[in-house]
Design a protein around this ligand. Structure first.
Ligand code: AMP
Length: 195
């Protein structure tokens, strides 16, 4: 049973690493950003609400985001564990996740903090903008997303660190190398091994 979070600035490689770890540990990777983008694409009610925030680089309101995650974590495939990518991002979301886990009599095993310096992150995001054309990957919006991350999400790492859960990983380098670093740190610091 493994329950992890991946925290780090936009562009640190969370989504890429989440995919690798999902395979290695045999658990679903749940990305709130992906779920929102899927809803935007399909023009659902949730998508219409989320889009205006996402396009500006702001966070979608906690009430919407928390409901979505509570629902997703009630699905049967998370019984064997899960990896949350991009949630929680605010103090209120941390409180909600604690409540959801308590309701399920479960707890987190580790919080993986992926680090990357700002220049590298902006470079990566601009590269992704050219490749994928994401609406929120323009330079202004990227800058705003980094600001919002620093203001609202970076402070959450301290609160998880005080619970002894944080594993800090350098997100720079080839994908497979970063994955190896994460797996090694999980084994050494948390006693968690891939399946
Ligand atoms: P991401 O792909 O994780 O960078 O998320 C893309 C966008 O989706 C973010 O900039 C937010 O607008 C929105 N989003 C994703 N996850 C959350 C969250 N946990 N709380 C609020 N907004 C979120």
């Amino acid at each position: 049973m493994s329950r992890f979070l991946l925290i780090g600035p936009p562009g640190a490689g969370k989504g890429t690493q989440a995919e690798q770890l999902s395979v290695a540990f045999g658990i679903p990777a749940i990305s709130t950003g992906d779920i929102f983008r899927h809803n935007v694409k399909n023009e659902t009610e949730l998508g219409k609400l989320a889009k205006s925030y996402m396009d500006r680089g702001e966070y979608v309101p906690d009430s919407l985001t928390n409901d979505l995650v509570r629902d997703r974590l009630s699905q049967p495939d998370v019984a064997a564990g899960f990896l949350l990518d991009g949630y929680p991002r605010t103090a209120e979301q941390v409180t909600e996740l604690d409540a959801i886990l308590a309701d399920n009599s479960s707890e987190l095993d580790a919080v993986i903090q992926l680090t990357a310096d700002t220049d590298e992150v902006v470079r990566r995001l601009l590269g992704r903008a050219a490749e994928q054309g994401r609406a929120d990957d323009t330079e202004d919006v990227i800058r705003r997303r980094l600001e919002v991350y620093e203001e609202q999400t970076a402070p959450l790492i301290d609160s998880y660190a005080s619970r002894g859960l944080v594993i800090r990983i350098d997100g720079l380098g080839p994908v497979a190398e970063v994955t190896e670093r994460i797996i090694e740190a999980l084994e050494n610091q948390s006693g968690i091994s891939p399946r």
